[in-house]
Write a protein that binds this ligand. Sequence first.
Ligand SMILES: Cc1cc2nc3c(=O)[nH]c(=O)nc-3n(C[C@H](O)[C@H](O)[C@H](O)COP(=O)(O)OP(=O)(O)OC[C@H]3O[C@@H](n4cnc5c(N)ncnc54)[C@H](O)[C@@H]3O)c2cc1C
Length: 513
Amino acid sequence: MPWFRNLIHLPIATACKRSPSYKAVFPAASPPPPSLTQILLFSTQAASPTAAESGARRRTGGGVGQAGLGPTKGDEKPRVVVLGTGWAGCRLMKGIDTSIYDIVCVSPRNHMVFTPLLASTCVGTLEFRSVAEPIGRIQSAISREPNSYFFLANCSGIDFNNHVINCQTVTDGVETLDPWRFSIAYDKLVVAAGAKALTFGIKGVEEHAIFLREVHHAQEIRRKLLLNLMLSDVPGVSEEEKRRLLHCVVVGGGPTGVEFSGELSDFIKRDVHQRYAHVKDYIHVTLIEANEILSSFDDRLRTYATKQLTKSGVRLVRGVVKDVLAEKIILSDGTEVPYGLLVWSTGVGPSSFVESLNIPKVRGRIGIDEWLRAPSVEDVFAIGDCSGFLETTGKPVLPALAQVAERQGKYLATLLNRVGKAGGGKASAAKDINLGDQFVYRHLGSMATIGRYKALVDLRQSKEGKGVSIAGFTSWFIWRSAYLTRVISWRNRFYVAINWLTTFVFGRDISRI
Ligand SMILES: Cc1cc2nc3c(=O)[nH]c(=O)nc-3n(C[C@H](O)[C@H](O)[C@H](O)COP(=O)(O)OP(=O)(O)OC[C@H]3O[C@@H](n4cnc5c(N)ncnc54)[C@H](O)[C@@H]3O)c2cc1C
């Protein structure tokens, strides 16, 4: 039903249709997004450089295998290079006017993750594809326009003086493919490379714990949980080993840790009790937090959450993890906690890529001014979790939240479109152009689900402010409705609604695929 597919794609494709060259550029049957093979082919072709590319190559100092995209020529559209396909990068790309700019996106994943619903995929409440949106559906110009591309790669360095980034392909362990290095010249560069999970240097976390940031993490958690459930049922497994295998430990009592614990306890109460009745008395969830859980919420909501979590069987432990071993963690008071599944969610810090950039930082994040520029270098912007306002702006470093990243992406798309329309799209051409209003962030509130059809909703600007702050079933309904409307596309909205309905009627999917 192509007419139906077109109908539901409409909002996503709008930006491209605005392009005057829409008809000419989009063939009737559009090609699929570039594959890794195409990427490598592209790079190989580019290895026979044009004069401009030779220039770019010389400037980046690239050697053999350092092919790439040279600077844009006078008659070409300016090129915006975007690093990252998270909340910030995707919202930016969705808003870029592709009649003004070509977009080149570099990221180690070809989709955006709708992180607020990621915890639900770990136990089968939602399917993985329901929370992943392919980049080509967010900005279709990337798969269709001749000079716009998506490259499955990591940016490994930036030559700010020469407007060039260096990249390396991601081969996901495919042994026949060596990582390929290439470079891309930019007119405007937007760094939206996010952050990485904090481990505080605790030994063993990287090796034994699972983070919850990407779809592959959720897949790993689900497989491990189901494997442990099945192993614990095997004849001959000792009582002690059964208890260990079925002890799920979550470290970090922020919204992500609490939401995951709530989902897990729902899964145990409803699905494990019915379908793994032999082991139902052995499975437990422990949530370890060094301070208060949900410290961003006020006392009343925190107390409510603590009560509900305890009621649903989650053990709350106040403690500091000192060491993580293969089958147990050790707390700073010497307590040993055996586990079968360990999920680590203790906040985020700067990634090694951001750390490696030689520009001013604020708490490890790229320092930005009121217009989200990295002011010490030309034509470079930073948005989302990887950026923070410089002290000179007098603004606080904003929290690592999707609502911050998304609004920065939206703001920057408008700014770049304005600059492009005023003729400042090319490298070093925006010096005298008015950038318009500064970016202003207004917090819309926080929400967290705690399982058993309960959630917390706090729509106040701050813990002390006036406004709606409620907990319970109504909040849960608001939480679900809000996120259903925020899911990126109609396709995924449909998936999410159907998954919720299926889970409600038939229970969660417990097949270990
Ligand atoms: C489980 C979970 C639940 C959450 N729930 C909420 C919530 O309910 N509400 C809320 O407001 N926030 C929530 N957050 C926080 C929110 O997801 C982040 O603040 C948001 O994702 C930040 O967006 P970003 O674009 O800056 O970074 P990310 O979304 O992390 O994206 C970063 C992108 O950069 C790419 N990248 C990394 N290194 C490189 C490199 N070297 N070169 C190129 N690309 C690179 C990554 O692959 C990724 O595509 C949640 C986070 C998690 C993990």
